[in-house]
Design a protein around this ligand. Structure first.
Ligand SMILES: [Cu+2]
Length: 71
């Protein structure tokens, strides 16, 4: 599981944009986004850099990452 702090998310469209971007890296990824907290949780085997790059390429800023073992 990858947990990222993402700046600039404000609505369902942002959620959709980020979810789609993550799915271009890993179509099987489980994505959960907490809009109020600015948190993106990704259940994936893909590398964190790949996910982060996919998100930043859409124009959002990834400000922090929380690592957890066992993905
Ligand atoms: Cu939006």
């Amino acid at each position: 599981m990858i947990t990222l702090k993402v700046d600039g998310m404000s609505c369902d469209h942002c959620i959709q944009t980020i979810t789609n971007a993550i799915h271009t890296v890993d179509a099987q990824a489980g994505v959960h986004i907490d809009l109020k907290q600015g948190i993106v949780n990704v259940q994936t085997r893909a590398a964190e850099e790949s996910i982060t790059t996919a998100i930043t390429d859409t124009g959002f800023d990834v400000t922090d990452a929380v690592h957890s073992a066992g993905t």
